[in-house]
Design a protein around this ligand. Structure first.
Ligand code: 5CA
Ligand code: ZN
Length: 415
């Protein structure tokens, strides 16, 4: 499907160093980027939205975090192949459509469009492939069929609906992303879209890959029977098709570590014999009024509402960048007030005829991003330069340009 419009990104002389980011699978920092033989292209998959409600600050936080990785790779002189999905058919979307009496296709289209405009406003670089589940049905059923000879997919013992499942625990490399013990895995599985109590499964943790058609639910004809895709296999199929095996980074919020990323990775490895991704990177959870911000709880701060109230999207972006991508935090109005002030201070310097020399600040911003995407440290470096520039009396006119161009290209903040 159509992605959103690409912001313009000012060109600057690259700094060839690759970034290091935290990899959930190994629990440490790893350098991410292509091997020398990968034609200098970095490959990124980030789990996209389930379009049943508008973009909130939690979603925006996740996409801005991976936008920083994208921009850091560009800054390192690389091409980036970025793929993102849209879960445009799944239980929560169908349930919301039913509850509000709208057509599920219309709901998905409308919310995806709103997401695009939010991403554009926040200057998030779009993926090269923006791919819906509905347009990927054949990819999903092909992948399931490819898994059948491994013995890891099977139909549940249910005379009416013998849905197809993946035997998670028996798969090679099981547990390699999340490293959870069985008790913890079982507890989370039920909360995050899993069905541990479904009768007829071989094991409680096995996950659905193809749900056979039910009355009143959308379904597609396939060699597995008419039905619709399970969630984890959707991302496995889309990523393998568009990025190939062992791509550089699989990303998303930390709520996706288990079961979603564990199980997509496990399905892909079982099919290809190769690791799904070389690193698994997760953003923290944004909360509001004491709880994780989530569509199901309804405690949302929507990007579109803030914009409609006249908030500058660059201030929203600065709110997000002021928190390290891996930290969990809670949004308050004070965040927005601080970001608005910061933006004004930076904008005031743009009109200064003189400024403090740029060299150290440019290096500090680039170092910060290469060190696990440390945006708060980058912002602090800009703040220090802005303060020094306000006080300085020199003729360094070029340095204003140099810093603000980097702030635009690397941090995505247009002054
Ligand atoms: N469609 C699936 C992924 S394939 C999905 O999780 N959709 S979502 O709309 O629920 O979430 C979209 C992205 O936003 C995911 O990467 C998720 O981890 C992230 N996300 C959701 N809620 C929050 C939150 N409160 N804070 C930070 N990130 C969040
Ligand atoms: Zn996903």
């Amino acid at each position: 499907m159509k992605a959103w419009q690409r912001p313009d990104i000012p060109a600057i002389t690259p700094d060839l160093r690759l970034p290091r980011v935290h990899d959930t699978a190994t629990g440490g920092l790893v350098e991410v980027g292509p091997d020398a033989d990968a034609a200098q292209q970095a490959r990124l998959y980030v789990c996209g939205i389930t379009p049943y409600d508008a973009t909130h600050l939690g979603h925006a936080n996740t996409y801005v975090a991976f936008d920083l990785l994208h921009r850091t790779w560009l800054d390192a002189g690389l091409d980036v192949h970025y793929t993102q999905n849209v879960t445009d058919v799944d239980d929560p979307l169908l349930e919301r459509a039913e509850a509000t009496g709208v057509d599920w296709v219309d709901l998905a289209e409308e919310q995806t469009q709103l997401f695009r405009t939010d991403m554009e406003a926040l200057r998030v670089i779009p993926p090269a492939d923006y791919v819906g589940a509905v347009e990927s049905i054949d990819l999903v059923t092909d992948l399931i069929q490819r898994l059948i000879p491994t013995g890891l997919v099977y139909q549940v013992e249910d005379p009416e609906f013998p849905d197809w499942y993946f035997a998670t625990g028996q798969a090679p490399g099981a547990g390699e992303v999340a490293h959870l013990d069985r008790e913890a895995a079982l507890a989370i599985f039920g909360e995050r879209g899993g069905d541990p109590d479904r009768p007829g499964k071989r094991d409680a943790l096995d996950c659905l890959v193809w749900r056979l058609a039910r009355e009143g639910e959308p379904s597609w004809e396939s060699p597995l029977g008419a039905g619709r895709p399970g969630w984890h296999i959707e991302c496995a199929a889309i990523a393998l098709e568009h990025l190939g095996e062992a791509f550089d980074v699989q990303g998303g919020g930390s709520d996706l570590v288990f079961p979603h990323h564990e199980m997509s990775a496990s399905e892909a490895r079982a099919a290809t014999g190769q690791p799904f991704a070389r690193a698994f990177v997760h953003g923290g959870m944004v909360g509001y009024e004491g709880e994780k911000m989530s569509k199901s709880k309804g405690n949302l701060v929507l990007v579109s509402k803030l914009r409609a109230a006249g908030v500058d999207p660059m201030a929203i972006r600065l709110v997000l960048l002021d928190h390290h991508y891996r930290s969990d935090w809670e949004y308050t109005d004070a965040d927005l007030a601080r970001a608005t002030e910061r933006l004004a201070a930076w904008r005031a310097i743009a009109n200064n005829p003189t400024a403090f020399p740029a060299g150290e600040t440019v290096a500090a911003i680039r170092d910060a991003l290469r060190d696990d995407l440390d945006a708060p440290a980058a912002l602090a470096a800009v703040d220090a330069w802005v303060a020094a520039s306000a006080a300085v009396d020199s003729d360094e006119t070029e340095s204003v340009n140099e810093v603000l161009t980097l702030v635009d290209s690397l941090l995505g903040v247009r002054i």
